[in-house]
Design a protein around this ligand. Structure first.
Ligand SMILES: Nc1ncnc2c1ncn2[C@@H]1O[C@@H]2COP(=O)(O)O[C@H]2[C@H]1O
Length: 614
């Protein structure tokens, strides 16, 4: 009785809604039937269609979106019992009803058909009890009617303002049902596949993404049912620490958490406390809150009471983080639950699992509180092994756990000084038996190299510092500079002369060897050898001239007893260009020269290169 009353109420509500929608869409229907109507009225009217509201891209005005959509739509008219499309066909359009009703028909299962056939055989002459006028009209169609049995049954019906045939367009699958007209006449607007995709491209992409998430949440439920169910969900943002409900409150919604965390907990009775006798001065610790479960991304919360029709909340619920969720209010849930039996079953299973977990956890927590309480009560008061408050309860740990602030549980990092101290301690511990001498590496050669390197570094840095100074009044460093320069210069000249000597020697050797084997040379080779030799001697002459010039300059400069930094710099560059003084770069070159000097065969080639550079 109660149920039939509810059904009547629901039917009344639907009829009312249908009438309202028909009235709102009447201007649109008039526009298509009689073009004299104003476009603005058409747009205003179409703006009431939920499908267009849902698909309007973010950041776009609904009005503009509807204007665009209106360009694509086409009016179509169907009469009673007309099949709009068949189950399993390719889907080329989707429809929005302006006036009238359609029925969604899906094939019956094989078992159902066989059952009906056997029943019919028993009754024989009796007619089938359930009559479907629409199907009866199509009894000549063997797809729908065979051997006195209807092969399809109606699962849903749509009225004005609602849309159908969109699933095949978004999923690129065949029609999931047949659509047959139920009313005398049915007016609808259709949008073809290509236009639909153009219009709703963004919305389809978003829808597919959300669908993936929902398919994980509603595991095993058909895409169609999920999409219908989630149409009743609304987004909500919840602030961290906000209380969603308390034990005993009336259940008002269920939530699906998308991002963030909420916590189900209970407050223990005032009578449940722990007494600690070990610390002088009696005190009690009241354990107020026991967390029962934390709900995170992709999980339900608050469904238990709605599913089981419990009038009061069983636990408290609080947000831990800032949380994004979707919610469905209790009223809507009650209304639609019958349409989604598979989703309700899934929710029931989830609820049973959660209940088992929560009960298990609660019993364990209460048991451990009791065990601790008993232990304290039994322990004799012994002043000698008195523990501190924190040692006894590890209250610091407890307070961390209960704190509303999330703390890292990673080990604490050392500060720099703590880390150094620790390393020194370890080192001292490790080598405590060794004398300091044991730890020094006694390698004179290495020590000398280190010393030389340091001296060299010191010199370079010192020089840099001096160059960087704007005024060089420091006579001491300047004279040092000159001294160093002279020293370097004399060393380099020695090396240079040595290398020149080497080159001459090697030239001589080369030349002699060439003379010896001259008979074996071709005329071209002989000519090239002559060229090389003349070029080589030219290069030598140039270098000797440069050296002389430099020696004169330096003599002049040193007799003047001072040398400006600028002069020195230019001198350095001159010398470097000539490759005669050992600087960082020239030293390298010199080394490579010496290397080649040793190889008699490669000498002519090297000289040729030198020549090119000069
Ligand atoms: N169970 C159902 N309840 C309501 N509408 C449905 C159901 N199954 C299919 N439909 C609609 O019927 C249409 C059949 O073609 P489509 O698969 O393109 O899109 C489908 C939906 O719009």
């Amino acid at each position: 009785m109660k149920q039939s009353n509810q059904k009547i109420k629901q039917a009344e509500l639907l009829a009312k809604q249908q009438k309202q929608n028909e009235a709102l869409l009447a201007p649109a229907l008039n526009y298509f039937m009689n073009e004299s109507q104003q476009t603005t009225e058409l747009i205003q009217s179409l703006m009431h269609i939920q499908f267009l509201k849902n698909n309007c891209p973010e950041g776009m005005q609904l009005h503009d979106f509807v204007m665009q959509a209106a360009k694509y739509v086409k009016l179509e008219t169907f009469s009673f019992a007309q099949i709009i499309f068949n189950y399993g066909e390719f889907g080329d359009k989707m429809y929005i009803i302006l006036k009238g009703e359609v029925g969604v028909y899906v094939p019956k299962s094989k078992d159902d058909i066989e059952n009906e056939l056997s029943l019919q055989n028993i009754r024989k002459s009796k007619k089938l009890q359930i009559q479907d006028d629409v199907l009866l009209e199509n009894r000549n169609n063997s797809n729908y009617y065979q051997n006195g049995i209807y092969l399809y049954h109606k699962v849903f019906q749509y009225f004005s303002g609602q849309c159908f045939g969109d699933v095949a367009l978004t999923s690129d699958k065949p029609r999931s049902a047949s659509l047959i007209v139920l009313s005398e006449i049915m007016y609808c607007i259709s949008i073809n596949r290509q236009q639909y995709k153009q219009m709703c491209e963004k919305a389809i992409q978003e829808q597919n993404k959300t669908m993936e998430i929902y398919q994980r949440i509603f595991n095993g439920i058909s895409q169609f049912n999920i999409s219908k169910f989630i149409q009743n969900l609304r987004p909500i943002s919840l602030v961290s620490q906000s209380i969603l409900w308390e034990k005993g409150h009336e259940p008002q919604q269920l939530l699906i958490i998308m991002k963030g965390r909420v916590e189900l907990y209970i407050n223990l009775d005032e009578s449940k406390y722990m007494q600690n006798k070990t610390v002088s001065g009696a005190f009690t610790i009241k354990l107020k809150r026991v967390v029962l479960s934390q709900v995170t991304n992709g999980h339900f919360v608050g469904q238990e009471e709605l599913i089981e029709d419990i009038p009061q909340r069983k636990y408290n619920c609080q947000c831990i983080d800032n949380t994004e969720a979707y919610f469905m209010d209790a009223e809507t849930f009650k209304k639609i639950r019958k349409n989604f039996p598979d989703i309700i079953n899934l929710l029931k299973n989830i609820t049973t699992q959660n209940k088992t977990y929560i009960n298990h956890r609660l019993t364990n927590v209460l048991k451990s509180i009791q065990a601790y309480q008993d232990k304290i009560n039994k322990e004799p008061l012994n002043n000698s092994d008195k523990k501190t408050f924190y040692e006894c309860l590890d209250l610091q740990q407890m307070s961390t756990e209960q704190s509303k602030v999330l703390r890292s549980r990673n080990k604490k990092l050392f500060t720099l000084s703590q880390s150094i101290k620790k390393k020194v301690d370890i080192f001292q511990q490790k080598y405590k038996d060794k004398s300091p001498q044991d730890l020094i590496i006694l390698n004179p050669e290495l020590q000398q190299t280190i010393q030389e390197r340091q001296d060299r570094l010191y010199y370079i840095n010192n020089k840099k510092l001096q160059y960087n100074r704007p005024h060089h009044q420091d006579g001491f460093s300047l004279s040092n500079e000159i001294k160093n320069f002279k020293l370097n210069f004399s060393k380099s000249s020695q090396r240079f002369q040595q290398s020149e000597q080497n080159q001459q020697d090697s030239n001589f050797i080369q030349y002699s060897s060439q003379c010896i084997s001259e008979a074996a040379l071709s005329p071209v080779s002989k000519k090239s050898l002559q060229i090389q030799l003349t070029q080589f001697s030219d290069s030598l002459k140039k270098k000797q001239y440069f050296l002389m010039k430099m020696q004169q300059t330096t003599m002049r400069q040193t007799t003047k007893s001072y040398l400006s930094i600028r002069n020195m710099k230019s001198l350095h560059s001159q010398i470097n260009t000539g490759k005669m003084i050992k600087t960082e770069v020239s030293f390298m070159n010199e080394q490579s020269l010496n290397k080649y000097e040793r190889s008699l065969q490669s000498l002519p080639k090297l000289l040729l290169q030198e020549n090119e550079e000069n």
